[in-house]
Design a protein around this ligand. Structure first.
Ligand code: ZN
Length: 156
């Protein structure tokens, strides 16, 4: 079968930003459910096992444009007392719907903690090289959850 909505796609991939390798590995995802960045998902539509895809994804179809308003100053008291606050550390806040919102600490000055809610790859053009290694129909349970389940284990 070819990659289409509700297919589970397996792939080997590398991700370069400019000439730097920032990620590589193997990934299974559920096509058509925004499990991966839009530009890569679009490029994989209609592909089959063995196909190789090289795609340049602009920020708008990747991790978004860099938003200056994503940089905010929080009070040190907003963090747990035992939190290890240091430059570069990542934490998670929750939006009003309870979705995790990761952010990175940019700096600490007295009681002020400057943080950045932008994705580390926001504003970057992403260069993916992908080989499709598997395509199968999703199970009913995977479709209900909107993501792929591994073999055997399911812990949520
Ligand atoms: Zn699930």
């Amino acid at each position: 079968m070819n990659v289409a909505k509700d297919a589970v796609v397996s792939m080997d991939y590398t991700l370069h930003v400019e000439d730097e390798l920032v990620d590589q590995g193997q990934l299974d995802y559920l096509h058509g459910h925004k499990n991966i960045v839009a530009g890569l998902e679009d490029a994989l539509s209609g592909k089959a096992v063995g196909d190789k895809v090289s795609v340049v994804v602009p920020p708008e179809k990747g991790y978004g444009l860099y938003d200056p308003e994503g940089v905010q100053v929080l009070e040190r008291e907003a963090f747990p007392a035992d939190a290890d606050l240091e430059e570069g550390a990542m934490f998670y806040a929750e939006d009003p719907q309870g979705n995790p919102m990761p952010f990175t600490i940019l700096g600490i000055e007295g009681q002020d903690v400057t943080v950045d809610f932008n994705h580390a790859l926001a504003g970057e053009t992403l260069n993916f090289d992908v080989t499709v290694t598997g395509v199968r129909p999703a199970t009913a349970e995977e479709l209900a959850h909107g993501h792929v389940h591994g073999e055997g284990e399911h812990s949520h």
